[in-house]
Design a protein around this ligand. Structure first.
Ligand SMILES: Cc1ncc(COP(=O)(O)O)c(C=O)c1O
Length: 488
């Protein structure tokens, strides 16, 4: 071989072993046609000398390529690019612009569903987007011990196929927790462990709604729930919210006019405004749902984080007529990446949702479920929640103080009684969306009201998550926000 040289430089500092780098570079040259089928490859000694690596590295690379079918060795003759390769030139590299377009696909395909917030923020960004817990304060050693014990005590059984409802031990522990803290008459049978609230919302939607049926939602509200409902063909009907939560009178009017299958709402801390549904509206809502035969999907995502007085019990705790489908999650009390949530609902509903779950992803992560059951039984999770509640309360107060000090007159808000976010109305003329955009350039990320409106129209408010940042970080974020506030 005269002129051929590896097209990719080797990187000695890379964690990828050299022989893998060489094999990849050779495969890439074959794929691009720089090395033709049947072409001879240099002997291992010669290539080792050229690349200044040990001969064994070349031998290992050749072995790897031979195992993948790129090259073949003919005894006593040498090593050759395999002559039985597919027409590799036809394959556009996966990263080319063309490969990203829908025309590139050889069958009809629609675009991805509406895009979400970026999952990854720039390094060092101060992120007040979303009401996320501070995962930096997770007791990872305690978690690791629980996972280790799950493997040890649960044994291989936890790695086998199982029923779709979730590990019985976790369902028992959750039922006890829901009974003692949230006043719910939950039993292990009436619970379905899901992949976060999102999994629960999707299963509830699939179990309940037939295409074309109407479901009322809060507007302002939680878009991921809307997407789950829309994905099963629900027609969403927006119902306004005010300082007492969803307007139940408007809901009733919509029900009479349009017929409703269900209503989805966040009564404990309305998303995104954080207000708690008033007692009068709770009673009215339950009575109306019973009379109209409408299901209530209650998303109680951050129940434990209530700072002023006692948390209000869920709607489901007062449900005498089996109309409430209750959705909970461990995303806020522990960590969103665990993806553990649950549904609590009348038994036949749970059975139907479980049968759908068996189709979607069959079962949950039993090792995690077993470990979490132990953390609940031993009170570790409850201890963590108590600790975090105190920390989040101080953070809420630090944010409030910073906003009052740095942005007097810029924002109008009530101090949230619970939750992990603060909702603030912008003074007239302050463009919330423009503010968000400018602040991002200075490394501060938060949300504006238009991200929660049903029709995507601007709304003069901002939502600031305070739980995941230290007090000093919150103060710095607010300082930058104040500096970058767009002026008229
Ligand atoms: C209204 C609402 N429901 C549920 C969740 C939790 O979602 P998941 O349990 O899927 O992580 C969130 C998280 O931000 C939320 O805001």
């Amino acid at each position: 071989m005269r002129t051929w040289e590896l097209s990719v430089p080797l990187d000695e500092a890379s964690p990828t072993p050299l022989f893998v780098q060489i094999a990849r570079a050779l495969a890439e040259d074959i794929r691009r046609g720089r090395l033709k089928p049947g072409a001879p490859l240099p002997g291992s000694r010669a290539l080792a000398a050229t690349l200044r690596v040990h001969r064994n590295t070349i031998l290992a690379a050749y072995q790897e390529l031979e195992a993948q079918g790129w090259i073949s060795t003919v005894p006593a003759r040498g090593t050759f690019v395999s002559s039985a390769l597919p027409d590799v030139e036809l394959t556009a590299p996966a990263h080319s612009a063309r490969a990203r377009s829908l025309d590139f696909v050889g069958f009809p395909l629609e675009s991805p569903l509406e895009s979400r917030e970026p999952e990854e923020f720039p390094r060092g960004a101060l992120v007040l987007v979303g009401g996320t817990p501070d995962v930096r304060l997770l007791p990872v050693e305690v978690l690791a011990r629980a996972w280790r014990r799950a493997f040890k005590l649960g044994g291989q059984r936890l790695l086998d196929y199982a029923g779709p409802q979730g590990h019985p031990r976790l369902r028992t522990a959750l039922a006890n927790m829901l009974a003692s803290v949230r006043g719910l008459a939950a039993t292990p049978e009436s619970l379905l462990v899901t992949r976060g609230s999102q999994g629960a919302l999707y299963l509830a939607a699939r179990a309940l709604v037939r295409p074309g049926e109407r479901v009322a939602v809060e507007a302002l509200g939680y878009r991921p729930a809307w997407e789950a409902l829309r994905s099963v063909g629900a027609q969403l009907v927006p119902v306004p919210v005010d300082g007492e939560g969803i307007r139940v009178d408007r809901l009733e009017a919509v029900g009479v006019r349009q017929g409703l299958r269900a209503v989805y709402l966040t009564p404990h801390h309305q998303y995104p405004t954080t207000v708690t549904l008033s007692p009068a509206r709770r009673l009215a809502l339950l009575a109306w749902a019973r009379a109209a035969g409408v299901a209530i999907i209650e998303d109680d995502y951050d129940h434990e984080f209530h700072y002023d007085g006692r948390p209000v019990l869920p709607l489901a705790s007062a449900d005498r007529d089996n109309v409430v489908i209750y959705v909970g999650t461990l995303s806020k009390v522990l960590a969103p990446g665990l993806r553990v949530g649950f549904l609590f609902a009348p038994l036949p509903f749970i059975q139907r949702a479980a049968s759908i779950r068996a189709i979607v992803d069959r079962q949950g992560d039993l090792v995690a479920e077993y470990a979490l059951a132990e953390l609940l039984e031993e009170g570790e999770l409850q201890r963590h929640v108590r600790k975090m509640r105190g920390i989040y309360l101080s953070r809420r107060d630090a944010l409030v103080e910073a906003l009052r000090g740095e942005l007097p007159g810029g924002l109008e808000f009530s101090v949230p009684a619970g939750g992990m976010t603060l909702w603030a109305h912008c003074a007239p003329g302050l463009d919330a969306a423009a503010w968000v955009e400018r602040a991002q350039e200075a490394g501060v990320w938060f949300s504006h009201g238009g991200q929660y409106t049903f029709d995507g129209q601007p709304f003069p408010a901002v939502r600031l998550g305070f739980a995941s940042l230290k007090e000093s970080e919150l103060r710095e974020a607010v300082r930058r926000m104040a500096r970058l506030r767009p002026r008229r």
